[in-house]
Design a protein around this ligand. Structure first.
Ligand SMILES: NC(=O)C1=CN([C@@H]2O[C@H](COP(=O)(O)OP(=O)(O)OC[C@H]3O[C@@H](n4cnc5c(N)ncnc54)[C@H](O)[C@@H]3O)[C@@H](O)[C@H]2O)C=CC1
Ligand SMILES: O=C(O)[C@@H]1CCC=N1
Length: 267
């Protein structure tokens, strides 16, 4: 279905997404472009694709990932609109930009082209990511092909358009929140005498293992927490401190803040 896959903006997220797509569609020809060409060249070399300019991606590819920052999207698509308008073959634009919905992409691209909006996260780079997506003016066949294409990224889930900003706050932004938590736990360990490298390794492995345990055993987080807190034991004292300091409310508010920022980016 997607015989040639391109990426415009070969940064952190776009590169990880193209790497996953390359695994999902090993027969597809790959193209990528970036403002500083060295990044696109390195990615193309790694994936056996070609580094080209934005115009060539827009002219050539049947699936075009847009991996630039939301604030750059208008300028990038304004340059590409005349090229896209000249195409007579079918192509799909796939935007990963936070806060821009499919209608915004169509408006900026100057046509009612098929658009997929996806929200990936950085763990896509190791095949353990989350990608939510929806399509507008796409066919079911294109969405099915996209689902297959992205499977190597991790959990790939079709979602209603209005839910994407909320999903973005949980899993798109989540790795940053999780990294803060890991770092803070490690700092606590260091304060208590653990060497830094050991503290970080223990904290990261613990987060991975906790998530795995929850998912594989189908446990509710509350069950998992209760299973660690022995009556009169050590863990419940840590839970008490986190509750006193508003840990849960802070985590909830962090997601809500990202959601509100998504809404404002789209205006
Ligand atoms: N970093 C993350 O965790 C996530 C990012 N996203 C979205 O992914 C997009 C990219 O974000 P990052 O990868 O973090 O940023 P980044 O800064 O790493 O990548 C953006 C790339 O676009 C390139 N670029 C800028 N202007 C360009 C132009 N005119 N033509 C071609 N390339 C151009 C830059 O050189 C850079 O390599 C954003 O829209 C963001 O909302 C979505 C989910 C998660
Ligand atoms: O903060 C950002 O711009 C991106 C969008 C979702 C996660 N990170």
């Amino acid at each position: 279905m997607f015989s040639s896959i391109g990426l415009i903006g070969a940064g952190t997220m776009g590169s990880a997404v193209l790497q996953a797509a390359a695994k999902g569609a090993p027969e597809a020809a790959l193209y990528c472009s970036n403002r500083t060409p060295a990044k696109a060249q390195a990615l193309a070399q790694q994936l056996g694709g070609q580094a080209v300019d934005n115009a060539a991606v827009a002219r050539t590819c049947s699936l075009i990932f847009l991996g630039v920052k939301p604030q750059m999207m208008a300028g990038v698509l304004a340059d590409l609109a005349p090229i896209l308008a000249q195409r007579t073959d079918r192509f799909v634009l796939a935007s990963m930009a936070a806060g821009l919905d499919a209608q915004a992409i169509q408006t900026l691209a100057g046509g009612k082209y098929p658009v997929i909006c996806l929200m990936p996260n950085t763990p896509v780079a190791v095949g353990a990511g989350v990608v939510q997506y929806y399509g507008v003016d796409t066919t079911q066949e294109e969405l099915d092909a996209f689902q297959t294409l992205m499977a190597p990224a991790g959990l790939v889930d079709s979602i209603e358009p209005h839910l994407l900003p909320a999903a973005s706050g949980v899993s798109g932004c989540g790795p940053a929140f999780c990294a803060l938590f890991i770092e803070a736990l490690a700092d606590g360990g260091v304060a208590c005498g653990l060497p830094r490298a050991k503290a970080l390794a223990y904290a990261a492995q613990m987060v991975e293992g906790t998530a795995k345990l929850m998912m594989e055993k189908g446990l509710h987080p509350g069950q998992l927490k209760d299973g660690v807190c022995s009556p009169g034991g050590t863990t419940i004292q840590g839970v008490r401190v986190l509750e006193e300091r508003g840990f849960r409310a802070a985590a909830m508010d962090a997601v809500i803040a990202t959601f509100e920022k998504s809404q404002s980016l789209g205006k």
